[in-house]
Design a protein around this ligand. Structure first.
Ligand code: SF4
Length: 725
């Protein structure tokens, strides 16, 4: 008789902020230790492989420097950058009971003294699990009456822009890219950070498809393309309108589809007439002939698909850019062909019952008794630094004793001291001795250096969650594979415990992860299907299969915008948006040069446009502390990439130390020439600040100015000057 295997294999889901949401099989040995992670070969998108970041995941899970216990800042230790590797000296170990009681007491005191809205939660997609991202935490902060965080830093401009056209974030299925004859990766580095789309692009190319990449930077994807078009940053909207101009001038649009499906065509056509190839060439740096060639190739190739990603919308005019590019497959009718259309996000297909998960009505039981104010996370520095502008009379009416400044900050799923724009303003805010800061994380980060309490968090191997995706259409269960090391605890546990310590009597603070998954999948009490397309998915089924495809359509293939109505105000795909008019936003896409661009006034002083990029081998700031991951990024570590002409004009040679600066900040980097960058554009990659001299990073230069739509961050609208150091 064969003996039972000493190993078990557990189905989990990579929870990092990536469209692919991979199915990860974790092999666990008899001692309960994870010994292997691999991509699930049966998952149609994961296809048995993981990216380089997560293939080495056990380095992260079992890293020797993981935080294993709750920590409290030692008395008298000032807030600010701590020496890497010696952070623990600034803290003392405390038990969970002591930490939770102390945090609950301090939050209560802040709420009583300054008003509950002077407490700010700060989180983003450090975990994409539905529970870890936003469930018990939201219940807790709603019941507390804390300010609500407007989570805009990554995708809000693009999401709102796309929705203004289509009503819903649906996209061409990833698998269908294999059928395309033309793939345009527009601001999308597929090979770098959407790697499970790449095999489908390769399949298409093997059958003769062309790959065109539009990106100011020569990414890994751009280097592999048939044609790389390095337009200037922030000019995407001009290019898209230039393409429309040529398509309409040459009669290449699909009139029947436009008449059947759209709203506002005449207005758009009139707008596009202004965007002649010659004008667009002057903005983008392309030639007029190239614009015409691209327009003809796009409009006459079927199926043609555009993969756009969120980098494009991190510009002052990013909302208009996404809108304009999103309209191209409508103009050509590309949505009607399988393998055609566009992909920004598939997340709109996942109809989680968020009300049941987050319970926003708990705000009514908070000291506020109303919905709390919204604070934009893309302007954290301003929120922490600036003082409440309300008059005394207004404050009296709201029962506030003092001005409503921020007095407590609770950070989880994020590392704002590294990733938030305007790093120096954020840092000044975090340094305030009167700001009570709690951070829940796996490692000492730039942000924990400012914390009063640091609490140990779990990886996706160590808790149970459920997850959708923004690059495919599967719901997946992530089962807990191993026990958390030390005293690490999940978000659900942490905020449930804190709720109880605060004396919140509602039973929802005692819900388990499995109960919350069932709530997330549940149909509402009114019988209304919050979960259209997910009605067939149950926790039991997910436990058996690990995943379940959404029921997208009763017909195959899935062509989300080929026919029928869409959930916009007009019920049609909107070229012209009346809803934007009510927000004082141009209802048609138009090119407004960013204030921080070569066309802005500040360019006289700071003439170079900065691309403050992310690393391919980190996930924003995650993984940057791991030696194996750092090795993969070594070539670009602390480098400032410059066009040779820009370097020469400043007397800068390859390998020399340079100073990059603007009014907001400065840092020293090493010059690296790159002839593929457009002249006038420099590029550097975001890293942890504390790993470098002066404890600063590229966000010392980026601004808190917001995007035209959605109030998003504008990392790619930044002017700088560079000199020899
Ligand atoms: S980061 Fe993305 S590609 Fe890598 S394992 Fe996670 S989901 Fe997959």
């Amino acid at each position: 008789m064969a003996s039972a295997s000493p190993f078990r294999i557990v189905h989990t889901v990579c929870s990092h902020d990536c469209p692919d949401s991979c199915a990860v099989l974790v092999t666990v040995n008899e001692e309960g230790r994870a010994v292997k992670v691999q991509g699930d070969p049966s998952h149609p998108i994961t296809q048995g492989f993981l990216c380089g970041k997560v293939a080495k995941y056990l380095d992260r899970v079992y890293a020797p420097d993981r935080i294993l216990y709750p920590l409290k800042r030692r008395a008298g230790v000032p807030k600010g950058p701590l020496l890497r590797g010696r952070e623990h000296e600034a803290f003392e170990r405390v038990g969970w009971d002591e930490a939770l009681d102390a945090i609950a007491a301090r939050l209560q005191q802040v709420s009583d003294q300054y008003g509950s809205e002077s407490i700010l939660p700060y989180s983003y997609a450090g975990t994409m699990g539905v529970l870890g991202y936003g469930s018990m935490d939201r219940r807790f902060f709603h019941r507390l009456g804390a300010s609500r965080l407007d989570r805009t830093i990554c995708a809000e401009a693009g999401g709102q822009a796309w929705t203004s056209v289509y009503g819903k974030k649906l996209s061409t299925p990833t698998e269908d890219f294999a059928l395309a004859k033309l793939v345009i990766a527009w601001g999308a580095n597929i090979h770098g950070n959407n790697v499970h789309l790449w095999p489908y692009v390769e399949q298409a190319r093997r059958k003769g498809a062309r790959l065109i990449v539009i990106d100011p930077y020569r990414t890994r994807t751009a280097a592999l393309a048939d044609w790389h078009i390095a337009i200037r940053p922030g000019t995407d909207v001009a290019l898209a309108l230039g393409l429309m101009h040529v398509i309409l001038r040459e009669g290449l649009e699909d009139r029947a589809y436009i008449e059947r499906m759209t709203h506002g065509f005449e207005q758009l056509a009139e707008r596009a007439r202004e965007y002649t190839p010659e004008r667009v060439a002057a903005w983008t740096g392309m030639t007029a002939a190239e614009i015409e060639q691209l327009a003809r190739e796009y409009a006459t190739t079927r199926p043609a698909v555009i993969r756009m990603n969120y980098g494009m919308q991190r510009s002052e005019n990013g909302g208009a850019a996404i809108r304009a590019v999103a309209m191209l497959p409508v103009l050509t009718g590309a949505w009607q062909h399988r393998g055609g259309g566009a992909q920004l996000s598939t997340s709109g297909a996942f109809a989680w019952n968020e009300n049941a998960l987050r319970l926003p009505d708990l705000q009514m039981s908070s000291p506020l008794g109303r919905e709390a104010r919204l604070v934009n996370m893309s302007a954290l520095g301003e929120a922490l630094e600036s003082r409440d502008k309300r008059t005394e009379g207004q404050r009296d009416r709201e029962g506030l004793k003092e001005r409503l400044d921020m007095h407590a900050l609770f950070v989880y799923n994020s590392n704002p001291a590294a990733v938030a724009p305007n790093h120096n303003a954020v840092r000044r805010g975090l340094e305030r001795a009167d700001l009570f800061t709690v951070v829940h994380d796996l490692f000492f980060t730039d942000t924990t250096d400012y914390a009063d309490y640091v609490l140990p968090a779990t990886t996706f191997l160590e808790h149970t969650d459920v997850q959708g995706a923004y690059g495919h259409y599967f719901v997946q269960l992530s089962q807990q594979a191993i026990e958390p090391p030390g005293e690490a605890r999940s978000n659900v546990w942490l905020f449930g415990q804190l709720g109880q310590r605060m004396g919140f009597a509602e039973p929802c603070f005692r819900d388990t992860a499995e109960e919350m998954i069932a709530q997330a999948l549940a149909i509402g009490p009114d019988g209304h299907a919050h979960n259209a397309g997910m009605e067939h998915i149950t926790l039991d089924e997910l436990k058996k299969q690990g995943r379940a495809p959404l029921a997208l359509d009763h017909t195959q293939p899935f062509l989300p915008f080929a026919s029928g109505t869409v959930p916009t105000p007009s019920g049609r795909i909107e070229f012209y948006s009346d809803k934007l008019v009510t927000s004082n936003i141009d209802p048609l896409p138009g090119f407004v040069p960013p204030i921080e661009s070569r066309w802005g006034k500040a360019a006289a002083q700071y003439p170079l446009e900065l691309l403050a990029r992310k690393n391919d081998n980190y996930m924003n700031s995650t993984f940057a502390n791991l030696p194996g991951h750092r090795k993969m990024e070594a070539r670009h570590d602390q480098r400032l990439e410059m066009h040779p002409a820009d370097a020469e004009a400043r007397g800068i040679r390859e390998g020399e130390a340079v100073r990059i600066f603007n009014d907001r900040g400065a840092m020293e980097l090493t010059a690296m020439t790159n002839e593929h960058l457009p002249a006038g554009v420099v590029a550097a990659r975001m890293d942890w600040a504390k790993l470098h001299p002066g404890a600063t990073n590229i966000n010392a230069l980026t601004s808190e100015r917001l995007t035209d739509i959605g109030g998003g961050a504008t990392f790619y609208s930044t002017l700088v000057e560079v000199t020899r150091a």
